[in-house]
Design a protein around this ligand. Structure first.
Ligand code: GDP
Ligand code: GDP
Length: 442
């Protein structure tokens, strides 16, 4: 079994309200839009996104995105966010506004950031023209290493900023000690029962075999032997050591979930049976899909619902699938961390998804399926052009991807791509695994 390389690099944008955090965030995310994201149904939001630049990819978090009305944020809250950003991110963009200069609050933020043992890039925004460039000098008094004058609105200077970020990212991924073991992350909103699930899985006494350092500074992967199967549980979600004070902060739980997803092969997304699939759950789901991770949905606290519910299990599953469409080929397991109902099934399913993640379909078998599918329902002609799909092959990548060779690759539209993906799923077990389909000219 080959190993899947993972790395987590998260950049946080901090700054007081109105300096242009969300404008910069959108600008940087936009840089990625040029790259075709062929995972459908993935929503962008203003809290968190992925940026690809110079062949590297990193996560970006807009701390301002976590407050509904930025003008109402209290100083205390901003400082709290700076503290979390220092603890949880790899690099910090400290954003300031050239037209305002340095405020008292920003002096305090600078003090916190200077003390932190973290890479900080001071970015001076709204430098829309060269005359404003003179005013940048004032900011050097903050006493940092690197300053970047930019205009988030026009995009000027953002290329240099992206270069500076990717230059600071580690070249070489740290070697995984035990690459053959499935890495499983338990993710979900606060209070859905993640730590209860961990306790139910691991039991007392805990069958901890070894603790293995993760790819990021303070994450620890614990190797467990559960039901005679070895696996690594990713604990970056802070399940075992809860950060009591700030745990309620959405920013904190999102930034932790991102990292846990990055470091895993398969994510167990825990949701609360009473609440169903909520917007925040869908966001975590989409993040895992975008990062091409295996996914299992665990509907927890089923003990509270089971008897009372007027809805059947299949109705419940349908409701979830409506929310996560179009990628619905995902196992949904109804569990109770409290009564340990179907805990064993959850682990078995998770390991099966891990297996599916590594499935390799022989080209001849794949082509039989594709040829049949194409004959049954040929690609619709585009502007009078007849589209011919010649053959398909599974690309050797870290997660399942299929290349289709055809005469007019750009003319194969989403509905037909979905049709082919569904045909692949109908014949081969890729349950819980996001697939990538690329169309190429021979
Ligand atoms: P946030 O509260 O830090 O997220 O700030 P926003 O991104 O909402 O921006 C606050 C205001 O500054 C908005 O009116 C933006 O249009 C404006 N703004 C952001 N970037 C620039 C820039 O580069 N130049 C100018 N002139 N205005 C900007
Ligand atoms: P976390 O924040 O996601 O780690 O959630 P916790 O594991 O701390 O659980 C939050 C609350 O839900 C606690 O009061 C648990 O006792 C309760 N809880 C967790 N799992 C279950 C379950 O399966 N059934 C019931 N009835 N309660 C549960």
């Amino acid at each position: 079994m080959h190993s899947i390389e993972t790395m987590s690099y998260t950049v946080a944008i901090v700054g007081r309200p109105n300096v242009g955090k969300s404008t910069l965030f959108n600008r940087l995310i936009g840089a990625r839009q040029a790259i075709v994201d062929n995972t459908s149904g993935v929503t962008r939001d203003r809290q968190y996104g992925m940026v690809e630049w110079g062949g590297k990819e990193f996560n970006i978090v807009d701390t301002g995105g976590f407050v509904p009305r930025p003008s109402d944020v209290f100083e205390k809250e901003i400082k709290e966010q700076v503290k979390i950003a220092i603890e949880e991110s790899s690099l910090i963009i400290f954003l300031l506004d050239v037209t305002v200069g340095i405020t008292d609050l920003e002096l305090e933020m600078a003090k916190m950031l200077r003390k932190a043992n973290k890479e900080v890039l001071v970015v001076i925004n709204k430098v829309d023209n060269s005359s404003r460039l003179y005013d940048v000098n004032e900011f050097y008094s903050l006493g940092f290493e690197a300053y970047f004058p930019i205009s988030a609105i026009s995009g000027s200077g953002t290329g240099e900023l992206l270069d500076a970020i990717t230059e600071r990212m580690p070249e070489q991924l740290e070697k995984e000690t035990e690459p053959e073991l499935p890495r499983v992350a338990i993710v979900g909103r606060p209070n859905v029962g993640k730590s209860s699930l961990l306790n139910a899985l691991v039991g007392e006494p805990r069958q901890i075999v070894t603790e293995i350092a993760g790819t990021t500074r303070d994450s620890v992967h614990t190797r467990y032997n559960l039901f005679n199967k070895d696996l690594l549980l990713i604990d970056t979600a802070g399940i075992r050591k809860k950060h009591k004070v700030i745990n309620h902060l959405e920013f904190y739980s999102v930034i932790r979930a991102i990292r846990a997803i990055d470091e895993s092969d398969v994510c167990v997304l825990v949701i609360d049976a009473a609440q169903g699939m909520e917007a925040q759950d869908v966001k975590i789901f989409s993040t895992a899909v975008r990062k091409k991770k295996g996914i299992v949905i665990a509907v927890n606290k089923w003990d509270l619902i089971e008897e009372k519910s007027s809805r059947s299990v299949s109705e419940y599953v349908e409701e979830i699938k409506e929310k996560i469409a179009p990628f619905t080929d995902v196992p949904v397991i109804f569990i109770s961390a409290l009564t340990k109902q179907r805990i064993h099934k959850l682990i078995e399913t998770t390991l099966q998804v891990h297996k599916n993640l590594h499935a390799q379909i022989p080209t001849s078998t794949l082509n039989e399926v594709i040829q049949q599918a194409v004959q049954k329902y040929p690609p619709p002609a585009e502007r009078g052009r007849l589209i011919k799909i010649k053959y398909a092959t599974q690309v050797k990548t870290r997660n399942p991807a299929f290349a289709f060779f055809c005469n007019y690759p750009k003319s194969v539209k989403a509905p037909y791509r979905n049709y082919l993906e569904n045909e692949i799923r109908r014949h081969f077990d890729f349950k819980g695994v996001p697939l990538t389909l690329v169309f190429k000219e021979k």
